[in-house]
Write a protein that binds this ligand. Structure first.
Ligand code: PMV
Length: 363
């Protein structure tokens, strides 16, 4: 597949208006994507668990307008007009227009809501951009009189989501999605996410992710800026090689269900990601003192109990606590007695591995 393959032939049907609703989840990377090149292509492959509970539900209503050369849309979050979201969506439309050439033929009303609190410090870009990309693909499918395979639908929706926000391309399917070409992963591509194609041990079914909300504020450095700082980064090439190696190692770990080896890869990936931030020029730190307190508590708990709990981080201060389902009650007790104190207002979110986006309505 090349990007050209996503440029459609003229549509066979005219549609004046309609609306479609998709729900799409967030995801948490095990091997991290950090560093990109134009147009939003990853410098290394990554793999993530799709989440189940943290998701965005988006309704796209469309009505035909004259193509006057401009985009026309309104955005609502939880029923309230949200003009602050418009520039990001305008950029997304500009980037994707070649592939969904109907964008200027309609006025769009985009109504969106998240199942997690907006000010939780959890990025809604992965779930939000994937939900919007899926809505556009449903419209394209209708314009093609439904002549489109599910495989193509998913690939192209992921391709569009990627152009909105890189990691969004890993949110459409589950439970594990790979994005970025890797020699040992059949079908993997820089252009879109693909479902992890190999066997996964039962140890990973219903894997749990409790997200400890350490800092709900706005990040000081956006991930766009962080990715770009990898361009002149002294350790960039080594980091990209490390990600390739970790992908290979994880393949064996996922097959064999080796939780100890899993922990080593996942925690090392989280700390390597943050090490890249600390060694960029300019350098920056997104972890907070409580992030480190939590990491140390997790390490002590693991040493004392032989639990298979581990942590990962995204580009922020919050901590994702990962553990097998059969440890749920003990780990939740540990979180409630020892970790909530480090969360802003004691807040955390319970999630687990999920299976991707869902079509809610199409009329
Ligand atoms: O998709 P972006 O541009 O917000 O980048 C996300 C990067 C990380 O969350 C830090 C890692 C990842 O692979 O999701």
């Amino acid at each position: 597949m090349t990007a050209q393959d996503f440029i459609p032939k003229p549509y066979s049907k005219t549609i004046n208006k309609g609306s479609v609703t998709w729900s799409s989840p967030s995801n948490i990377a095990l091997v991290k994507y950090w560093g990109k090149r134009e147009p939003q292509l990853p410098e290394n492959p990554s793999i993530s668990f799709t989440l189940n509970n943290c998701k965005t539900i988006t309704t796209l209503s469309y009505s035909k307008k004259d193509n006057d050369g401009g985009f026309s849309f309104d955005v609502f979050l939880d029923g309230e007009q949200k003009d602050a979201f418009k520039p990001k969506i305008e950029t997304f439309f500009k980037r994707t227009e070649t592939y969904v050439p109907f964008l200027k033929d309609y006025h769009f009303k985009i109504e969106t809501q998240n199942t997690f609190p907006h000010s939780s410090g959890i990025a809604s870009s992965a779930s939000g951009m994937s939900a919007l990309a899926l809505c556009l693909m449903s419209l394209e499918r209708s314009l093609n009189e439904n002549k489109m395979t599910d495989a193509f639908f998913n690939e192209k929706a992921s391709f569009l989501a990627r152009l909105g926000s890189g990691s969004a391309c890993r949110s459409l399917e589950g439970p594990l999605v790979v994005w970025g070409a890797h020699q040992e992963i059949d079908g993997s591509s820089d252009l879109f996410g693909v479902k992890y194609p190999f066997e996964v041990h039962d140890n990973f079914s219903n894997y749990q992710d409790v997200i400890l909300l350490v800092d709900k504020g706005q990040k000081q450095v956006s991930s766009t800026v962080g990715h770009n700082l990898m361009h002149d980064h002294p350790f960039a090439q080594e980091r990209f090689k490390q990600a390739h190696r970790n992908m290979s190692a994880l393949k064996t770990v996922l097959k064999q269900g080796d939780l100890e080896a899993f922990i080593k890869i996942v925690e090392s990936e989280a700390l390597s990601l943050h090490a890249m931030m600390m060694t960029s020029m300019p350098y920056f730190i997104l972890m907070k003192p409580n992030t480190l307190e939590i990491i140390n508590k997790i390490w002590s708990y693991r040493a004392e109990t032989n639990s298979k709990i581990c942590f990962t981080l995204d580009a922020g201060a919050n901590v994702h606590v990962l553990f097998p389902e059969n440890e749920s009650s003990q780990v939740l007790e540990f979180i409630n007695t020892e970790l909530v104190a480090y969360c802003e207002n004691g807040n955390y979110l319970c999630d687990q591995i999920g299976f991707g986006a869902q079509l809610i309505n199409n009329e």
